[in-house]
Design a binder for this molecule. Structure first.
Ligand SMILES: Cc1ncc(COP(=O)(O)O)c(C=O)c1O
Length: 437
């Protein structure tokens, strides 16, 4: 099929927009289709081709693309008050109440305009509250692109202090950040001991969405919560990706633990630039009394809050939606694995709720615990070739080999069947490793 218009438009965009994309992650993923419209589970490019979409607005679109209720909520509010006013609005309290009722770790919150900003504010809060500077983070855990956490994304990137992942990040910005291997209780305990009175806290993704979907082992999580707190530090869960996706209360609800600070993004704003961070009332007094600097011109705009309220109300009132999402996601993972088996391809699917990723290798006997272990399970070249072939067969999934596809509530059983059919067709087009080969 032709994608002539897309190619021409992308080239034209890239004349004025460096790289043709305004995100390193999207540029790295390599998608050059220019999109025209989207609804539900489907997205349409400018050449008139429709795709079942599993990029899901990079995790924003839990209800699929352009749900009517969301558009109506935004336009109704904008009709009354515009996009942004920079005064308090009742929607702030309504969304605040909804988040507090849903997320166990949040008694009070502040809004921000992006996950990166909210994460930055959370780390600043933790440092201010403890009067200490040192933050521990983990290999493969992404917390946005700001200088102070732009480190430790690759395997074997553990270092003290952290080393920058990007030119332009001064090493001094990371003086007070250490990157540790994940799920390594010994390394964690040793670092806590070495940090001593400097330890302000630890930040982690409860399921590493950009690092192979690794979850914390039970013993590791227990040690982390107990030992960091015993040493006077605070625990931050970055739930920008997992919040409202894995459960109404996010990963913390599933894990049955309550972090000191929670960061939210993506789903909470329905794509309109809303994120949040919060914790106990006691901790948030620092924000309430304005003793720590946090701001932003457009934080908590009525339009974004209207989007948020429309989404969170549904999640609050209909927790059974998560059962539907789980059923669809499990069916898709099973279907892809069946297609692998039928094609005689060594492959498996890693899945955490509605985040899933096909891997081109047999399922390992034990769950991988580190980024290096999970990276060894992926055949990057085949995975990308598979995504390319799949796109030709009418399905788009994120191309990053250690990323994840997002299933949405708009994906119906028939969409799953169609996707599995496309997976079969895509596997037949690429040079794949046979199970025994
Ligand atoms: C876990 C996590 N934290 C932080 C961020 C940064 O959020 P944003 O892209 O809204 O700045 C992301 C974005 O993907 C994320 O997945």
């Amino acid at each position: 099929m032709s994608s002539t218009t897309s190619r021409a438009l992308f080239t034209w965009i890239a004349e004025s927009v460096a790289g043709g994309e305004s995100s390193y992650a999207r540029l790295r993923a390599g998608g050059q289709l220019v999109m025209d419209r989207a609804e539900g589970a489907r997205i349409h490019d400018v050449d008139g081709r429709a795709y079942l979409d599993y990029c899901g607005g990079y995790g924003v679109n839990l209800f699929g693309h352009a749900p009517r209720f969301l558009l109506e909520a935004i336009t109704e509010t904008m009709g009354q008050i515009g996009v942004h006013v920079a005064y308090p609005h009742r929607l702030a309290g309504e969304v605040g109440e909804l988040v507090v009722s849903l997320v166990p770790g949040i008694e009070q919150l502040r809004f921000a305009a992006s996950g990166t900003e909210a994460t930055q504010a959370a780390v600043r809060l933790v440092r201010a509250a403890t009067g200490r500077d040192l933050i521990l983070k983990f290999e493969g855990h992404y917390h946005g692109w700001a200088d102070h956490l732009c480190a430790g994304l690759g395997a074997a990137s553990a270092s003290r202090p952290a080393t920058p992942d990007s030119p332009g990040v001064p090493a001094t910005a990371l003086d007070a950040v250490w990157v540790l291997p994940f799920n390594d209780v010994e390394a964690l305990r040793e670092a806590i001991a070495a940090a001593g009175e400097r330890l302000a806290g630890v930040i982690l993704e409860p399921a590493a969405g950009s690092g192979g979907l690794i979850r914390p082992a039970a013993a590791f999580l227990e040690a982390l919560l107990a030992d960091v707190r015993a040493a006077g530090g605070l625990v931050v869960f970055d739930e920008v990706m997992t919040g409202f996706r894995l459960a109404p209360g996010g990963a913390q609800e599933l894990l049955g633990v309550t972090p000191d600070v929670t960061v939210l993004g993506k789903i909470v704003g329905g794509g309109l630039g809303l994120a949040a961070f919060g914790g106990s009332r006691e901790l948030m007094r620092l924000e309430a009394e304005n003793r720590v600097v946090h701001g932003g011109t457009t934080t908590g705009s009525p339009a974004a809050l209207a989007a948020s309220r429309s989404i969170l109300t549904r999640l609050h009132d209909r927790p059974e939606l998560y059962e539907t999402l789980e059923t669809t996601s499990a069916a898709l993972a099973d279907g892809i694995e069946r297609a692998f088996a039928e094609a005689g391809v060594a492959g498996h699917v890693r899945r955490v709720g509605s985040m899933l990723q096909p891997f081109f290798s047999p399922r390992p006997a034990t769950e991988p615990l580190t980024l290096a272990e999970v990276a060894a399970l992926q055949d990057d070249e085949r995975f990308v070739a598979f995504c390319d072939a799949l796109e030709e067969c009418g399905v788009i999934g994120h191309r990053y080999p250690l990323g994840r596809w997002f299933v949405s509530l708009a994906h119906a059983p028939a969409d799953v069947d169609e996707t599995v059919g496309a997976v079969r067709a895509a596997l037949a087009r690429i040079d794949v490793q046979p199970v025994t080969g």
